[in-house]
Design a binder for this molecule. Structure first.
Ligand code: CZF
Ligand code: MG
Length: 203
């Protein structure tokens, strides 16, 4: 089986990529398999810039094809926040529960019809000697008034998808992998993958 390295330390993302790559014939490795690998600073001002920073840093270190995901939640009533700061919205320690509480507090006075939001995912693919490419996907919905469901990660319990008529955290993993921002972005990346394989991916 071919191996693909995803430059992430986020266990929720890692699970979703494992599920989505399996039918494509790729075994997923992430930075959770290489816990000593340093954190790549996300100093970009867009999702795409941060995805490129992560993919290129890890690709250079491993000499291999690497994919990185930079993603987040964009809430219209908050002028696009938390956006690229989604992981650390309530503080440096990256706490999903505190992030959701902060969003719910900030939206308390916002009526139901003004709670539109979307998840955004930029994927960057980098390989030695190749020009890095990015693709993106989105998933539309709105922010609930309280948490629902226990699946997924991040803001999934407060994000309602009209497409499934459920909170994201109420979806089975295979359902989220049909409609998510990450799934839509990966669909676009799929056809580019073969041209990035370096040969070192065959395990
Ligand atoms: O409910 C959610 N469902 C999702 O499907 C989702 N995708 C992204 N997010 C949020 O956006 C941050 C990414 O920030 P991010 O791209 O910097 O990743 P991260 O710092 O968690 O890990 P890494 O990949 O950088 O190692 C995450 O932590 C989450 O808060 C999501 N929330
Ligand atoms: Mg990050």
């Amino acid at each position: 089986m071919q191996e693909v390295i995803i430059a992430t330390k986020n266990a929720g993302k890692a699970r979703e990529f494992e599920r989505m790559f399996k039918p494509l014939g790729y075994e997923v490795k992430t930075l959770l398999d290489y816990p000593d690998f340093h954190d790549v600073e996300e100093t970009g001002s867009t999702f795409e810039e941060n995805a490129i920073l992560k993919a290129e840093a890890v690709s250079e270190a491993f000499g291999r094809m690497v994919i990185a995901d930079d993603s987040g939640l964009i809430i219209d009533a908050l002028g696009g926040k938390p956006g690229i700061y989604s992981a650390r919205y309530a503080g440096e320690e990256k706490n999903d529960q505190k992030n959701m509480e902060k969003v719910l507090d900030e939206l308390e006075s916002i009526p139901d019809h003004k709670r539109q939001a979307r998840f955004y995912c930029a994927l960057a693919i980098a390989a030695p000697g190749k020009t890095t490419v990015t693709v993106a996907g989105t998933c539309e919905g709105h922010i609930l008034r309280e948490k629902r469901g226990t699946n997924g990660f991040g803001y999934d319990p407060i994000f309602f998808t009209e497409e499934k008529n459920k909170a994201m955290a109420e979806l089975m993993p295979e359902e989220k992998s049909q409609i998510s921002h990450r799934a839509h972005a990966l669909k676009k990346l799929e056809e580019l993958l073969p041209s990035f394989v370096t040969g070192a991916e065959n395990s």
